[in-house]
Design a protein around this ligand. Structure first.
Ligand code: NAP
Length: 298
């Protein structure tokens, strides 16, 4: 029987723990943690992600503040808001919901967020801490994947791990996290030659390419662990009903592997949960409390 790495279940367990931590520590800090979410424009997928984050915050006692800016906002408009939120002592986390409209420079704007409030873990200071293997706010999706593997006691140290995709959001920080945990890591991308042969060597194969059903069982080593980061909404040609799928053709791969992440319910919920972990970490640090979440960030 193939093991399903259930991100939804683990998310609930971690949320429960965070909720208790926040409740027990809020009397010492005199305030609850708070997260500011900046959304620019009306991209519908971003709307869903933002609502999911707001709901998750309210479940565990984090106050969320939504700043919804006009589609035509300038870099200066967003920067002014970021500066205000940087100065606001009651705000612990600032999240700039991506993607942004094309006139905006996401890399430049992210680098203006106070790194201590960078709960997406994308600021160069936090990426630097990651490279140096020092505790800091971590990129949410990669950190969620690490916690998912650990939750089922899947060893990372010494493993041959292939990460397909090298984005700043997923592939690059994930490969550094795995290296810090003593894996032997190969990072593949669109210019990689012999991708299939490289994937076939992986004891843990992690796919973040953004192409639906890209990986089938011919890429996968028997008995390996397959982590599917991709998320896509596809319309069925027969009944026009839309369904979610990942970068991995799961029904083909599952019989061959030891463990896999489902889509939905695998990596996605863990991404939201790590945002909550980062916000809790930032709040504890900013309020002079002892951190209770270091184990989830290392
Ligand atoms: P991205 O920025 O588009 O990066 C895709 C990566 O895949 C790039 O490094 C690209 O290589 C590589 N790639 C593209 N085609 C390839 C091919 N044929 N062979 C090998 N590598 C190839 O995407 P991303 O932000 O990392 O996201 C990837 C997927 O994960 C998307 O479906 C996204 O929606 C999903 N995602 C899910 C979550 C979640 O919480 N579940 C979070 C983040 C992202 P080059 O660098 O050479 O172009």
């Amino acid at each position: 029987m193939t093991l399903k790495l259930d991100g939804k279940n683990l998310s609930l367990t971690i949320e429960d723990r965070l909720k208790k931590d926040i409740l027990s520590l809020s009397s010492k800090s005199n305030r609850m943690p708070s997260l500011a979410v900046i959304r620019v424009g009306d991209d519908p997928a971003s709307g869903v992600y933002v609502r999911n984050k707001e709901k998750a915050c309210s479940r565990i006692g984090i106050k969320s503040l939504l700043f919804h800016l006009d589609e035509n906002s300038s870099n200066k408009d967003v920067l002014d808001l970021i500066n205000n939120l940087n100065d606001d002592q009651s705000v612990d986390g600032i999240l700039l919901q991506l993607p942004l409209p094309c006139q905006l420079d996401s890399v430049k704007l992210i680098s203006k967020i106070n790194p201590e409030k960078d709960v997406d873990g994308l600021h160069e200071q936090n990426i630097g801490f990651l490279v140096k293997n020092q505790l800091s706010l971590r990129s949410c999706t990669p950190a969620g994947i690490i916690n998912l593997l650990r939750s089922q006691e899947i060893d990372i140290a010494g493993k041959r791990i292939v990460v397909v995709g090298r984005s700043l959001l997923v592939g690059k920080p994930l490969s550094i996290m795995l290296l810090n945990l003593n894996a032997t890591v190969t990072v593949a991308h669109s210019k990689t030659r012999n991708l299939k042969e490289i994937c076939q060597e992986a004891e843990i194969l992690i796919i973040a390419v953004g192409k639906p059903n890209f990986i089938d069982s011919s890429y996968v080593k028997s008995g390996s662990v397959v982590i599917d980061v991709g998320i896509h909404r596809l319309k069925s040609s027969t009944n026009n009903v839309s369904q979610l799928c990942g970068d991995v053709l799961l029904e083909d791969v599952i019989p061959k592997v030891f463990a896999y992440t489902p889509v939905p319910g695998g990596v996605g919920p863990m991404t939201v949960t790590m945002l909550l972990v980062n916000t809790t970490f930032s709040w504890q640090k900013r309020c002079g409390l002892i951190s209770t979440v270091d184990d989830l960030l290392s």
